[in-house]
Ligand binder design. Structure first.
Ligand SMILES: Cc1ncc(COP(=O)(O)O)c(C=O)c1O
Length: 419
Protein backbone atom coordinates (compact mmCIF):
# COMPACT_ATOMS: atom_id res chain seq x y z
CA UNK A 1 0.00 0.00 0.00
CA UNK A 2 1.17 3.55 -0.62
CA UNK A 3 0.37 6.98 0.70
CA UNK A 4 -2.66 8.49 -1.04
CA UNK A 5 -0.70 11.64 -1.82
CA UNK A 6 2.17 9.79 -3.58
CA UNK A 7 0.55 10.10 -6.98
CA UNK A 8 -0.02 13.82 -6.44
CA UNK A 9 3.65 14.40 -5.53
CA UNK A 10 4.67 12.58 -8.73
CA UNK A 11 2.11 13.79 -11.24
CA UNK A 12 0.36 17.15 -11.15
CA UNK A 13 -1.97 16.22 -14.04
CA UNK A 14 -2.01 17.28 -17.71
CA UNK A 15 -2.54 20.97 -16.92
CA UNK A 16 -0.88 21.07 -13.50
CA UNK A 17 2.46 20.08 -14.99
CA UNK A 18 2.57 23.54 -16.57
CA UNK A 19 1.92 25.39 -13.32
CA UNK A 20 5.46 26.69 -12.92
CA UNK A 21 5.53 28.24 -16.40
CA UNK A 22 1.87 29.19 -16.62
CA UNK A 23 0.47 30.24 -13.26
CA UNK A 24 -0.39 33.90 -12.87
CA UNK A 25 0.01 34.52 -16.58
CA UNK A 26 -1.68 31.90 -18.74
CA UNK A 27 -3.75 30.39 -15.98
CA UNK A 28 -5.08 32.21 -12.94
CA UNK A 29 -4.24 35.62 -14.48
CA UNK A 30 -5.43 38.64 -12.50
CA UNK A 31 -7.46 41.05 -14.60
CA UNK A 32 -7.97 44.27 -12.71
CA UNK A 33 -10.29 47.27 -12.85
CA UNK A 34 -13.99 47.49 -13.72
CA UNK A 35 -15.21 44.71 -16.03
CA UNK A 36 -15.23 46.17 -19.55
CA UNK A 37 -13.66 46.03 -22.99
CA UNK A 38 -10.37 47.31 -21.57
CA UNK A 39 -8.98 46.18 -18.23
CA UNK A 40 -5.55 46.06 -16.62
CA UNK A 41 -3.26 43.06 -16.65
CA UNK A 42 0.08 43.26 -14.83
CA UNK A 43 -0.09 47.06 -14.85
CA UNK A 44 -0.84 47.36 -18.56
CA UNK A 45 -4.15 48.24 -20.23
CA UNK A 46 -5.35 45.38 -22.42
CA UNK A 47 -8.32 44.81 -24.73
CA UNK A 48 -10.24 42.09 -22.91
CA UNK A 49 -11.63 39.23 -25.02
CA UNK A 50 -12.00 36.62 -22.33
CA UNK A 51 -15.04 37.64 -20.31
CA UNK A 52 -18.57 36.33 -20.96
CA UNK A 53 -20.19 39.68 -20.23
CA UNK A 54 -21.96 39.43 -23.60
CA UNK A 55 -24.40 42.32 -23.15
CA UNK A 56 -22.07 44.56 -21.21
CA UNK A 57 -24.26 44.43 -18.11
CA UNK A 58 -21.51 43.68 -15.59
CA UNK A 59 -20.55 47.28 -15.13
CA UNK A 60 -23.61 49.03 -16.54
CA UNK A 61 -24.42 52.02 -14.28
CA UNK A 62 -28.07 50.98 -13.82
CA UNK A 63 -27.02 47.46 -12.86
CA UNK A 64 -24.34 48.68 -10.49
CA UNK A 65 -26.87 50.99 -8.82
CA UNK A 66 -29.43 48.23 -8.27
CA UNK A 67 -26.72 45.82 -7.10
CA UNK A 68 -25.50 48.38 -4.54
CA UNK A 69 -29.03 49.18 -3.31
CA UNK A 70 -29.88 45.47 -3.01
CA UNK A 71 -26.66 44.82 -1.10
CA UNK A 72 -27.51 47.68 1.28
CA UNK A 73 -31.03 46.38 1.81
CA UNK A 74 -30.40 42.64 2.11
CA UNK A 75 -26.69 42.18 2.80
CA UNK A 76 -25.09 39.04 1.46
CA UNK A 77 -26.64 36.59 3.91
CA UNK A 78 -30.39 36.93 3.40
CA UNK A 79 -32.17 34.57 3.18
CA UNK A 80 -30.35 31.93 5.24
CA UNK A 81 -30.87 28.24 4.59
CA UNK A 82 -32.02 26.14 1.67
CA UNK A 83 -35.09 27.19 -0.33
CA UNK A 84 -37.15 24.38 1.18
CA UNK A 85 -36.35 25.23 4.78
CA UNK A 86 -35.88 28.96 5.36
CA UNK A 87 -34.41 30.37 2.14
CA UNK A 88 -37.58 31.12 0.19
CA UNK A 89 -38.92 34.63 -0.55
CA UNK A 90 -41.41 36.50 -2.73
CA UNK A 91 -38.49 37.81 -4.76
CA UNK A 92 -37.35 34.29 -5.63
CA UNK A 93 -40.86 33.50 -6.81
CA UNK A 94 -41.11 36.72 -8.79
CA UNK A 95 -37.81 36.05 -10.58
CA UNK A 96 -38.90 32.49 -11.38
CA UNK A 97 -42.15 33.74 -12.88
CA UNK A 98 -40.38 36.35 -14.99
CA UNK A 99 -37.75 33.90 -16.20
CA UNK A 100 -40.38 31.31 -17.12
CA UNK A 101 -42.31 33.87 -19.10
CA UNK A 102 -39.14 35.14 -20.81
CA UNK A 103 -38.11 31.69 -22.03
CA UNK A 104 -41.70 30.78 -22.81
CA UNK A 105 -42.13 27.95 -20.32
CA UNK A 106 -44.83 27.27 -17.73
CA UNK A 107 -42.51 27.47 -14.75
CA UNK A 108 -38.91 27.99 -13.70
CA UNK A 109 -36.81 27.13 -10.64
CA UNK A 110 -33.79 29.06 -9.42
CA UNK A 111 -30.42 27.41 -8.87
CA UNK A 112 -27.77 28.82 -6.55
CA UNK A 113 -25.01 27.85 -9.01
CA UNK A 114 -25.33 26.66 -12.58
CA UNK A 115 -22.77 23.88 -12.35
CA UNK A 116 -24.22 22.14 -9.31
CA UNK A 117 -27.73 22.83 -10.57
CA UNK A 118 -27.04 21.04 -13.85
CA UNK A 119 -25.44 18.11 -12.03
CA UNK A 120 -28.40 17.59 -9.75
CA UNK A 121 -31.06 18.25 -12.39
CA UNK A 122 -29.62 15.36 -14.39
CA UNK A 123 -29.42 13.31 -11.21
CA UNK A 124 -33.06 14.03 -10.33
CA UNK A 125 -34.46 13.39 -13.80
CA UNK A 126 -33.18 9.85 -14.21
CA UNK A 127 -33.34 6.61 -12.28
CA UNK A 128 -31.46 3.36 -12.77
CA UNK A 129 -33.70 2.01 -15.53
CA UNK A 130 -33.32 5.18 -17.65
CA UNK A 131 -30.68 5.86 -20.31
CA UNK A 132 -28.86 9.15 -20.92
CA UNK A 133 -27.70 10.06 -24.43
CA UNK A 134 -25.41 13.11 -24.64
CA UNK A 135 -22.86 14.92 -26.81
CA UNK A 136 -19.26 13.80 -26.40
CA UNK A 137 -18.17 17.46 -26.19
CA UNK A 138 -20.53 18.20 -23.31
CA UNK A 139 -19.58 20.73 -20.63
CA UNK A 140 -18.05 19.33 -17.43
CA UNK A 141 -21.28 19.93 -15.46
CA UNK A 142 -23.15 17.59 -17.81
CA UNK A 143 -20.40 14.98 -17.60
CA UNK A 144 -20.46 15.17 -13.81
CA UNK A 145 -24.25 14.91 -13.72
CA UNK A 146 -24.08 11.83 -15.92
CA UNK A 147 -21.43 10.35 -13.60
CA UNK A 148 -24.04 10.17 -10.85
CA UNK A 149 -26.34 8.09 -13.03
CA UNK A 150 -26.52 4.44 -12.04
CA UNK A 151 -27.98 3.27 -15.34
CA UNK A 152 -26.65 3.22 -18.90
CA UNK A 153 -25.32 6.28 -20.70
CA UNK A 154 -24.12 6.78 -24.26
CA UNK A 155 -22.18 9.63 -25.82
CA UNK A 156 -22.80 10.56 -29.43
CA UNK A 157 -20.24 12.10 -31.79
CA UNK A 158 -20.29 15.87 -31.49
CA UNK A 159 -23.42 17.27 -33.17
CA UNK A 160 -23.57 14.18 -35.41
CA UNK A 161 -27.14 13.21 -36.28
CA UNK A 162 -26.30 9.73 -37.48
CA UNK A 163 -24.56 9.05 -34.20
CA UNK A 164 -27.44 10.58 -32.22
CA UNK A 165 -29.88 8.28 -33.99
CA UNK A 166 -27.70 5.21 -33.52
CA UNK A 167 -27.50 5.91 -29.80
CA UNK A 168 -31.21 6.60 -29.52
CA UNK A 169 -31.81 3.17 -31.09
CA UNK A 170 -29.45 1.52 -28.58
CA UNK A 171 -31.08 3.41 -25.73
CA UNK A 172 -34.58 2.51 -26.92
CA UNK A 173 -33.69 -1.21 -26.94
CA UNK A 174 -32.41 -1.01 -23.39
CA UNK A 175 -35.41 0.96 -22.15
CA UNK A 176 -37.77 -1.57 -23.69
CA UNK A 177 -36.18 -4.13 -21.37
CA UNK A 178 -35.77 -1.99 -18.27
CA UNK A 179 -39.03 -0.10 -18.57
CA UNK A 180 -37.11 3.18 -18.34
CA UNK A 181 -37.04 6.32 -20.48
CA UNK A 182 -34.44 8.33 -22.38
CA UNK A 183 -32.93 11.72 -21.48
CA UNK A 184 -31.09 13.40 -24.36
CA UNK A 185 -28.81 16.29 -23.34
CA UNK A 186 -27.27 18.90 -25.64
CA UNK A 187 -25.88 22.36 -25.21
CA UNK A 188 -27.59 25.26 -26.97
CA UNK A 189 -24.15 26.63 -27.83
CA UNK A 190 -20.93 24.70 -27.33
CA UNK A 191 -18.83 27.18 -25.41
CA UNK A 192 -15.38 26.24 -26.71
CA UNK A 193 -16.02 26.18 -30.46
CA UNK A 194 -19.20 28.24 -30.62
CA UNK A 195 -21.31 25.80 -32.63
CA UNK A 196 -24.99 25.64 -31.80
CA UNK A 197 -26.37 22.26 -30.78
CA UNK A 198 -28.50 20.66 -33.47
CA UNK A 199 -31.66 21.38 -31.50
CA UNK A 200 -33.99 21.57 -34.46
CA UNK A 201 -32.84 18.26 -35.88
CA UNK A 202 -32.90 16.58 -32.47
CA UNK A 203 -36.47 17.78 -31.91
CA UNK A 204 -37.38 16.33 -35.31
CA UNK A 205 -36.21 12.93 -34.01
CA UNK A 206 -38.95 13.05 -31.38
CA UNK A 207 -41.28 11.91 -34.17
CA UNK A 208 -39.33 8.63 -34.38
CA UNK A 209 -38.05 8.11 -30.84
CA UNK A 210 -39.46 8.57 -27.38
CA UNK A 211 -37.10 10.79 -25.36
CA UNK A 212 -37.05 13.94 -23.26
CA UNK A 213 -34.77 16.79 -24.30
CA UNK A 214 -32.65 18.79 -21.82
CA UNK A 215 -30.73 21.81 -23.15
CA UNK A 216 -27.92 23.65 -21.36
CA UNK A 217 -28.11 27.08 -22.99
CA UNK A 218 -25.48 28.89 -20.93
CA UNK A 219 -24.09 30.77 -23.95
CA UNK A 220 -27.32 31.07 -25.94
CA UNK A 221 -29.47 32.75 -23.29
CA UNK A 222 -29.44 36.51 -23.89
CA UNK A 223 -27.42 36.26 -27.09
CA UNK A 224 -29.54 34.19 -29.51
CA UNK A 225 -33.14 34.32 -30.69
CA UNK A 226 -35.31 37.30 -31.60
CA UNK A 227 -35.95 38.23 -27.95
CA UNK A 228 -32.74 36.76 -26.52
CA UNK A 229 -34.50 33.68 -25.17
CA UNK A 230 -31.69 31.54 -26.55
CA UNK A 231 -30.79 28.80 -28.98
CA UNK A 232 -34.24 27.16 -28.81
CA UNK A 233 -35.88 30.41 -29.87
CA UNK A 234 -33.23 30.96 -32.56
CA UNK A 235 -33.93 27.53 -34.04
CA UNK A 236 -37.72 27.77 -33.57
CA UNK A 237 -37.95 24.79 -31.21
CA UNK A 238 -38.16 26.32 -27.75
CA UNK A 239 -41.52 24.60 -27.11
CA UNK A 240 -40.00 21.18 -27.78
CA UNK A 241 -37.23 21.54 -25.22
CA UNK A 242 -38.51 19.67 -22.18
CA UNK A 243 -36.07 21.14 -19.67
CA UNK A 244 -34.25 24.37 -20.41
CA UNK A 245 -31.22 25.54 -18.40
CA UNK A 246 -29.34 28.84 -18.41
CA UNK A 247 -26.86 30.46 -16.06
CA UNK A 248 -26.72 34.07 -14.87
CA UNK A 249 -22.92 33.90 -15.17
CA UNK A 250 -22.75 34.99 -18.80
CA UNK A 251 -25.27 37.38 -20.45
CA UNK A 252 -26.70 38.39 -17.09
CA UNK A 253 -23.22 38.98 -15.63
CA UNK A 254 -23.96 37.66 -12.18
CA UNK A 255 -24.16 34.42 -10.18
CA UNK A 256 -26.97 31.87 -10.13
CA UNK A 257 -28.93 29.98 -12.77
CA UNK A 258 -32.34 28.50 -13.52
CA UNK A 259 -34.17 25.64 -15.14
CA UNK A 260 -37.52 25.97 -16.87
CA UNK A 261 -40.17 23.64 -18.26
CA UNK A 262 -43.66 22.31 -17.57
CA UNK A 263 -45.01 23.22 -14.14
CA UNK A 264 -45.39 19.62 -13.03
CA UNK A 265 -41.77 18.85 -13.88
CA UNK A 266 -40.51 21.99 -12.13
CA UNK A 267 -42.62 21.12 -9.09
CA UNK A 268 -41.00 17.69 -9.02
CA UNK A 269 -37.50 19.14 -9.34
CA UNK A 270 -38.21 21.67 -6.58
CA UNK A 271 -38.60 18.72 -4.19
CA UNK A 272 -35.81 16.56 -5.62
CA UNK A 273 -32.83 18.73 -6.56
CA UNK A 274 -30.25 17.78 -3.97
CA UNK A 275 -28.02 20.77 -4.81
CA UNK A 276 -30.89 23.08 -3.79
CA UNK A 277 -32.38 21.05 -0.96
CA UNK A 278 -29.09 20.73 0.87
CA UNK A 279 -27.42 24.07 0.06
CA UNK A 280 -28.06 27.72 0.68
CA UNK A 281 -30.58 29.56 -1.45
CA UNK A 282 -29.48 32.21 -3.93
CA UNK A 283 -29.19 35.38 -1.84
CA UNK A 284 -31.78 38.13 -2.36
CA UNK A 285 -29.11 40.63 -3.37
CA UNK A 286 -28.44 38.45 -6.43
CA UNK A 287 -32.14 37.82 -7.05
CA UNK A 288 -32.85 41.56 -7.17
CA UNK A 289 -29.83 42.03 -9.43
CA UNK A 290 -31.09 39.29 -11.76
CA UNK A 291 -34.55 40.88 -11.92
CA UNK A 292 -32.95 44.16 -13.03
CA UNK A 293 -30.75 42.44 -15.61
CA UNK A 294 -33.69 40.49 -17.00
CA UNK A 295 -35.69 43.70 -17.31
CA UNK A 296 -32.81 45.23 -19.29
CA UNK A 297 -32.56 42.16 -21.48
CA UNK A 298 -36.26 42.53 -22.29
CA UNK A 299 -36.41 46.28 -22.74
CA UNK A 300 -33.04 47.15 -24.25
CA UNK A 301 -32.71 45.18 -27.51
CA UNK A 302 -29.96 47.61 -28.50
CA UNK A 303 -27.57 45.72 -26.20
CA UNK A 304 -27.93 42.50 -28.18
CA UNK A 305 -27.84 44.44 -31.45
CA UNK A 306 -24.52 46.06 -30.45
CA UNK A 307 -23.16 42.68 -29.35
CA UNK A 308 -23.92 41.18 -32.76
CA UNK A 309 -22.52 44.19 -34.62
CA UNK A 310 -19.25 43.48 -32.81
CA UNK A 311 -19.45 39.71 -33.30
CA UNK A 312 -20.01 40.14 -37.03
CA UNK A 313 -17.20 42.70 -37.39
CA UNK A 314 -14.73 40.52 -35.49
CA UNK A 315 -15.66 37.24 -37.18
CA UNK A 316 -15.78 38.65 -40.71
CA UNK A 317 -12.52 40.57 -40.13
CA UNK A 318 -10.79 37.37 -39.02
CA UNK A 319 -12.16 35.43 -41.98
CA UNK A 320 -11.10 38.15 -44.43
CA UNK A 321 -7.57 37.87 -43.07
CA UNK A 322 -7.62 34.13 -43.69
CA UNK A 323 -7.95 32.97 -40.08
CA UNK A 324 -9.59 29.65 -39.33
CA UNK A 325 -12.48 30.37 -36.98
CA UNK A 326 -13.98 26.92 -37.35
CA UNK A 327 -17.74 26.56 -37.59
CA UNK A 328 -18.96 28.96 -34.92
CA UNK A 329 -22.65 29.92 -35.07
CA UNK A 330 -22.65 32.14 -32.01
CA UNK A 331 -20.75 34.98 -30.34
CA UNK A 332 -18.01 32.59 -29.19
CA UNK A 333 -15.14 33.25 -31.59
CA UNK A 334 -12.39 30.64 -31.75
CA UNK A 335 -9.20 31.19 -33.74
CA UNK A 336 -7.32 27.99 -34.55
CA UNK A 337 -3.56 28.03 -35.09
CA UNK A 338 -0.99 25.25 -35.33
CA UNK A 339 1.79 25.00 -32.78
CA UNK A 340 3.14 23.45 -29.61
CA UNK A 341 2.21 24.50 -26.09
CA UNK A 342 5.51 26.39 -25.56
CA UNK A 343 4.94 28.24 -28.86
CA UNK A 344 1.40 29.08 -27.74
CA UNK A 345 2.80 30.55 -24.53
CA UNK A 346 5.31 32.75 -26.39
CA UNK A 347 2.57 33.86 -28.79
CA UNK A 348 0.14 34.84 -26.04
CA UNK A 349 2.87 36.75 -24.21
CA UNK A 350 3.62 38.69 -27.40
CA UNK A 351 -0.12 39.42 -27.86
CA UNK A 352 -0.46 40.72 -24.33
CA UNK A 353 2.82 42.62 -23.91
CA UNK A 354 3.38 44.06 -27.37
CA UNK A 355 -0.19 44.34 -28.65
CA UNK A 356 -2.24 44.77 -25.46
CA UNK A 357 -4.67 42.05 -26.51
CA UNK A 358 -5.88 39.65 -23.81
CA UNK A 359 -7.68 36.49 -24.84
CA UNK A 360 -7.91 33.00 -23.43
CA UNK A 361 -5.64 30.30 -24.72
CA UNK A 362 -6.78 26.71 -24.93
CA UNK A 363 -4.35 23.87 -25.65
CA UNK A 364 -4.01 20.10 -25.30
CA UNK A 365 -5.60 18.18 -23.51
CA UNK A 366 -8.73 20.34 -23.98
CA UNK A 367 -8.19 20.31 -27.76
CA UNK A 368 -6.03 17.95 -29.91
CA UNK A 369 -2.23 18.10 -29.58
CA UNK A 370 -0.57 20.59 -31.95
CA UNK A 371 -3.55 22.96 -32.07
CA UNK A 372 -3.68 26.33 -30.38
CA UNK A 373 -7.10 27.81 -29.78
CA UNK A 374 -7.38 31.50 -29.00
CA UNK A 375 -10.90 31.93 -27.71
CA UNK A 376 -12.47 35.34 -28.01
CA UNK A 377 -15.70 36.59 -26.49
CA UNK A 378 -16.95 39.81 -28.11
CA UNK A 379 -19.31 41.89 -25.97
CA UNK A 380 -21.55 44.91 -26.37
CA UNK A 381 -18.86 47.06 -24.71
CA UNK A 382 -16.23 46.48 -27.40
CA UNK A 383 -15.57 49.22 -29.95
CA UNK A 384 -14.61 49.10 -33.62
CA UNK A 385 -11.13 50.35 -32.58
CA UNK A 386 -10.77 47.35 -30.24
CA UNK A 387 -11.64 45.06 -33.14
CA UNK A 388 -9.34 46.78 -35.65
CA UNK A 389 -6.37 46.77 -33.24
CA UNK A 390 -6.98 43.12 -32.46
CA UNK A 391 -7.18 42.10 -36.11
CA UNK A 392 -3.87 43.83 -36.84
CA UNK A 393 -2.27 42.14 -33.81
CA UNK A 394 -3.54 38.74 -34.91
CA UNK A 395 -1.99 39.13 -38.37
CA UNK A 396 1.37 39.97 -36.79
CA UNK A 397 1.37 37.03 -34.39
CA UNK A 398 0.35 34.61 -37.13
CA UNK A 399 3.34 35.73 -39.23
CA UNK A 400 5.66 35.24 -36.27
CA UNK A 401 4.22 31.81 -35.51
CA UNK A 402 4.73 30.77 -39.13
CA UNK A 403 8.27 32.14 -39.42
CA UNK A 404 9.43 30.26 -36.32
CA UNK A 405 9.89 33.26 -34.01
CA UNK A 406 7.93 31.66 -31.17
CA UNK A 407 9.67 28.32 -31.65
CA UNK A 408 13.02 30.04 -31.02
CA UNK A 409 11.67 32.09 -28.11
CA UNK A 410 10.20 29.04 -26.42
CA UNK A 411 13.00 26.53 -27.02
CA UNK A 412 14.19 26.68 -23.40
CA UNK A 413 10.68 26.18 -22.00
CA UNK A 414 10.07 23.32 -24.43
CA UNK A 415 13.27 21.58 -23.35
CA UNK A 416 12.48 22.02 -19.64
CA UNK A 417 9.13 20.18 -19.94
CA UNK A 418 10.34 17.63 -22.48
CA UNK A 419 8.14 18.88 -25.35
C1 LIG B 1 -22.28 25.25 -20.77
C2 LIG B 1 -22.20 25.65 -19.33
N1 LIG B 1 -23.04 25.09 -18.46
C3 LIG B 1 -23.00 25.40 -17.14
C4 LIG B 1 -22.09 26.30 -16.65
C5 LIG B 1 -22.03 26.55 -15.17
O1 LIG B 1 -22.68 27.72 -14.79
P1 LIG B 1 -22.27 28.50 -13.45
O2 LIG B 1 -21.08 29.34 -13.76
O3 LIG B 1 -23.50 29.28 -13.14
O4 LIG B 1 -21.96 27.49 -12.39
C6 LIG B 1 -21.19 26.91 -17.52
C7 LIG B 1 -20.20 27.90 -17.06
O5 LIG B 1 -20.44 28.92 -16.52
C8 LIG B 1 -21.26 26.59 -18.91
O6 LIG B 1 -20.42 27.15 -19.78
Amino acid sequence: MRDLFDKIYKDKGPLGKWAEQAEGYFVFPKLEGPISNRMRFQGQEVITWSINDYLGLANHPEVRKVDAEAAAEYGSAYPMGARMMSGHTDLHEKLQEELASFVNKQAAYLLNFGYQGMVSTIDALVSKSDVIVYDVDAHACIIDGVRLHLGQRFTYKHNDLESIEKNLQRATKICEQTGGGILLISEGVFGMRGEQGKLKEIVELKKKYNFRFFVDDAHGFGTLGATGAGAGEEQGVQDDIDVYFATFAKSLASTGAFIAGDKEIMDYLKYNLRSQMFAKSLQSQLVVGALKRLEMLRTMPELKAKLWENVNALQSGLKQRGFDIGTTQSCVTPVYLQGSIPEAMALVKDLRVNHSVFCSIVVYPVIPKGLILLRMIPTATHTMEDIEETLIAFSVIRDRLENGTYKKLSAAVAASVGE
